[in-house]
Design a protein around this ligand. Sequence first.
Ligand code: HEM
Length: 449
Amino acid sequence: MDAQHTAPVPPPGCPAHQVGGRVPLHGPGFAADPQAYYTYLRHYGPTAPVELAPGVEATLVTDYSTALQLLQDSGSFRKDARRWRELNEGRVSRDNPVAAVLSYRPNCMFSDGVEHLRLRQAITDSMGRVDSRRLARSTEQVSDYLVSQFGSRGSADLLGDYAKQLPLFVFNELFGCPADIGDRVLFGITGMFDGVNAERAAEVLYGAVGELVALKRAQPGEDVTSWLMQHEAKLNDEEMVHQLALLLAAGSEPLRNLIGNTLHRLLTHDAYAHKGGLIDEAIDDTLWENPPLQNLAPHYPASDMEFAGQKVQAGDLMLISFAAANTGPALAAARQAGSNRAHLAWSAGPHACPSKEPARQITVTAIENLFNRLPDVELSVPEDSLVWRPGPFNRGLATLPTRFTPFEPVRENAPRARAGASTSHDTTVAGHRREHSGKWSQFLNWLTR
Ligand code: HEM
């Protein structure tokens, strides 16, 4: 990594102590207070040297307009991770802890130019066919089902019991997963993100998605998987598997954190005391100040060049700090005066999130429905005891313990099976439990082993 940065001296008490001239974005210190790190990193200028995991170095763009400049210049900055020089030269090990997120896969996230356009168009067109009423209905049904699982307890961890599970159940429905495949998708994605036997979990996920592709080739239905394979991009089986796995992974983890971070905001900020009416506002404030993906958008300079006053070399790993860019002091006034949606939480440029509308709709519905069912829900622990998960990319709580007046669920509102969404299996959430409750609990035991 060749970027020439002059290290500023950390102010007394600053948590951002450097490791070999780089600021570590891993470990409990960063997880506890990332904004303190961003404040410090801004002293370097628009970009700063960071460490993503022991031995994995990167340049982080922390300034809003510099971030936009990089994200919109796809000629100078490429997404194909096979350009990552330090990995290619063996100076970063291939099994480093951030490899799962950064390593190349043949999907739209890691492609450039015409290939990117082709793969992305297949995703935007297929996701564009999702009917928003159907999405709202199935989110509501999944939400009802999850609440019915803990409603009589009078307490719940709204991360583990709700925000973490809801996106995956909704995706199973959206992608037309029959119960047995959906069960393994839940298992695979959860294991990968929790880092518990992550390699095995990834194998299970890719195996399950491969089966889903084979199934839908034989029996297409009214679901995103079938629409993706019918698209004029004519994706082959390998591309189908990688595009589907990308959708599941790129969707579930940030959605979980958008729901969790917004719930956290609603439960801890007095300004949202009347929760019902302010969900949209709380989501926007979360996207500005506590975005689910805080640092990502890995890019690699196509050639040696000067960027934002620093020399960068072809193949250097460069990341965007959406969280730092959104919260820069120069932006505060502009944010008040301008659009409340000009934040970078969905990224920008050709690789910006293609699914922000459905993601927002799932989030609004999930939170609205939860507050309708649990009108007096409140945090059950002091706010400062809440723990945030470590890691440089995501921003999300480990748990969100709450209490509320318990109620006896009237019925289990499970999503109904749709035509074309299933084989002979029962695809409802209730059916999923009936048929696979053994598997599901084995899965939970396995995860916590
Ligand atoms: C329905 C849920 C979601 C789906 C299916 C989805 C899907 C995707 C896909 C396929 C990409 C890659 C686009 C490309 O490379 O051209 C992407 C990128 C991105 N998404 Fe989403 N997403 C979802 C939810 C979210 C949420 C909740 C957030 C956070 C607010 C988010 C933020 C981003 C960002 C920042 C990127 C750019 C990442 C990068 O360049 O490294 N997404 N998303």
